[in-house]
Design a protein around this ligand. Structure first.
Ligand code: SAM
Length: 271
């Protein structure tokens, strides 16, 4: 198993445990994506990098009767989490599959719409993933995806990430490297979309907030959910972990005592 896959397999139980809290904070983004996709009864919709699957399940309700959702993720444990989530929500028109968005085992022109929330920027080859997405979409089919905007607009993620760079626990992100802010520049998104054969994308900024309630909860959430960062923190000694936590808490005081922390996504639509 590659380190990359192992990171997401390790993060899957946390994503499953926290799925309600994640959706509570981010449903505004997922629902806006589905409104923009505007799925219709009878359509075939593909979700890539679905994690626990909630964005796709919002679309699945809108393609009845006759439509089917294919909910997919690179990580088999994430796919199983999504399958359990669908059963809990009574979603009966979804299929599930382990699929790497960069090399999809799907026929050309086989789906009417594609959703991908918080996925492409984490992939080592987003250009390949977007070209694959264009290949499996029917002519005229729409892609709607969401990536995080610039670090400054997303302290919920950047405060702890920057603290780790400041303490030399991780190197500063390099241009072109996968990561939470790797597709934060609209120009980069436009270039990738064009090169993959998509029309000029529409890009919309969508705001959200994480209401952590305390710094302890913010830290716990990061350890549960932040795939790559959580993996690095998990490898530190307890003493080093405490140094990072305490420095991050100092860097986050502006958000206390309630720790309602803002974030901004770029929702992108193209066809
Ligand atoms: C930040 S989570 C987002 C999960 C979900 N889309 C959401 O919005 O809650 C990123 C997801 O991307 C998946 N992923 C990472 N690389 C992938 C790839 N190459 N192909 C498919 N999924 C991938 C991970 O397994 C993980 O479930």
């Amino acid at each position: 198993m590659s380190d990359y896959l192992a990171t997401w397999e390790a993060a899957a139980p946390g994503w499953e445990r926290e799925r309600d809290a994640v959706w509570a904070a981010t449903h505004v983004i997922g629902e806006r994506m589905v409104d923009t996709l505007d799925p219709r009864p009878g359509q075939a919709i593909l979700e890539l990098a679905a994690g626990p699957g909630d964005t796709g399940f919002t679309a699945a309700r809108r393609i009845r009767p006759g439509g089917r959702l294919l909910s997919t993720d690179l990580s088999p444990r994430m796919v199983e989490a999504a399958r359990r989530r669908a059963a809990e929500l009574g979603i009966d028109n979804a299929d599930f599959s382990t699929i790497d968005a960069q090399a999809m085992d799907l026929p050309d022109a086989s789906v009417d719409g594609v959703l991908c929330r918080f996925g492409y920027m984490l992939m080592p080859e987003p250009a390949t993933a977007l070209a694959e997405t264009r290949r499996v979409l029917r002519a005229g089919g729409k892609l709607v995806f969401s990536v995080w905007a610039e670090a400054e607009a997303n302290p919920w993620a950047s405060v702890i990430g920057r603290t780790m760079v400041e303490l030399d626990v991780v190197p500063p992100p390099q241009p072109g490297e996968p990561g939470i802010f790797a597709l934060a520049q609209p120009e980069r998104i436009r270039e990738l979309a064009r090169n993959a054969g998509f029309a000029e994308p529409e890009i919309e900024r969508v705001e959200m907030t994480w209401a952590y309630g305390s710094f302890a909860e913010w830290w716990r959430f990061t350890l549960e959910l932040a795939g790559a960062l959580a993996a690095v923190i998990g490898q530190l000694t307890l003493e080093e972990q405490e140094r990072v936590r305490a420095t991050a808490e100092r860097n986050a005081t502006a958000f206390g005592p309630e720790y309602v922390v803002p974030g901004v996504c770029l929702n992108v639509a193209t066809s």
